[in-house]
Design a protein around this ligand. Sequence first.
Ligand code: FES
Ligand SMILES: [Fe+2]
Length: 422
Amino acid sequence: MVAAPELSSTNLVLDRPDTFQVHTRAYMDADVFAAEMGRIFGRTWVYVGHESQVPAVGDYRTTTIGRQPVIISRHEDDQIYVLLNRCRHRGSVVCREELGHSNFFRCPYHNWSYANDGALVGMAQASGYPGDFDKGEWGLRRAPRVAVYRGLIFASLAADGPSFGDYFAPVQKYVDWWLNRSPAGTITVLPTAHKYPYPGNWKWQAENGHDGYHGNYVHESWQRLLERAGEAPVRDIRKYRTGGCTRGFAFGHGLLERPGGLNPNASWTGRMMVRFPEYAEALRATYGDDEIEQISARRNIFVFPNLYLFDTQIRVINPIAVDSTEVHLYVYGLDGVPDALNQGRYRAHERFYGPSGFGSPDDVEIFVCNQTGLQASGVDWVLLSRGMHRERVGGDGEVVGHSTDEVPVRAMYREWERLMSA
Ligand code: FES
Ligand SMILES: [Fe+2]
């Protein structure tokens, strides 16, 4: 774990009944970033990948937890291991590929070899070590805790802390509905991601994915394009964007929800059920009407600190430095649906979120605007209190607000402050 500077309270989140503000340092200060790597990414549950990305024994992928390189590996016992990608000899990464298939990981420096569960199985010129050298002591370090929920793999670098069940409980039913758009209840992630780096703090992306406030302004050109193409008048798009709600949860999770229903003019699911009667039939054979109603709502679900579940993609936020982030978008197919339905989803994804899409590039430009604007001195705080006067708190602690309100961002920063101050 990265050593964290001593902080008893960050004093970077101002949480009062009528105002909610976050200090500029939260986005700009390298010491705060170093503390985040230890206190948040070194401690909480962090999303690392999906089971369908390592389907066979010997399959692996590399990723990061915060800045720490890890390998997701399926061993011959068919279990998934999350291994720290750091040779126990002199520290080189042992796996340099993003994904692949191998019976072992061989360090590029002096050839130490590790099995898919991290066990040290071979050392070059082993006579340089005494006969009683205990290889069992020198395997790759494993993430102490790994949990898989319906294919989504999470790991924690801390041996103790809240259980995965407690951490995940607030968003579990929403994730279930997200997965249940597949009649089989499962998804298959496509092999490679598309990625965008930006010179800004990782939390800009975390804040933006469930921000229902910016769409009419940042994505105005997209709306006008849809109108010109005869797909939908701008006023209808804007009306749709006022519907639904935002939700904030314990543990920093949150979501933006748009109304569903089975009206083909108003909901994607409704449209797909009309266009692909076999899809409608499969959904009805699997789920009841109430469940389908919930499934049909469109949600951007943020699972703190690094995961977004979108309608076409799993989005992973990788912090690199206080002002440097790389975001990976993993497009997935819904299992058990007509291929043409998934193909339509992929094309829709490319059109809005793709590298030359009409949506995501505009968001990324805003992250750079944010990071640049915060260079201006004399104003220390950003304001995140939109909708505090009208949010509703449920008995289970879930906070619900207007779809343009900053409810989920506040949930995120309350957890951020709790972890950073603990
Ligand atoms: S650093 Fe890996 S074998 Fe030497
Ligand atoms: Fe956006």
